[in-house]
Design a protein. Structure first.
Length: 86
């Protein structure tokens, strides 16, 4: 997966995207001289937007995983009911 084409379909891809972001920020912070670069405030705004998007995607993934767990629990309950009737 390239840094320019990130996939956010699972938690591992979200972790990877976050690692890329952290790496880019660390590189910028490690520079010996700190000078505001042209367009840097815009880039920071995009970083903030990316972080919000990652949080939203993580929340969506969590909700879908919870829905799957609920379905599995209901199936197990039904199976247990059928077994107890025998």
């Amino acid at each position: 997966m390239s840094e320019n084409n990130l996939d956010f379909s699972d938690r591992n891809s979200l972790i990877h995207a976050n690692a890329v972001l952290i790496s880019q920020l660390q590189s910028r912070l490690k520079s010996k001289r700190w000078r505001v670069q042209e367009g840097e405030s815009l880039r920071v705004s995009y970083f903030r937007t990316l972080i919000l998007a990652l949080q939203a995607q993580n929340s969506i993934l969590k909700d879908s995983e919870l829905d799957l767990l609920k379905e599995e629990i209901l199936e197990l309950k039904e199976l247990m009911k059928c077994k107890s009737r025998e």
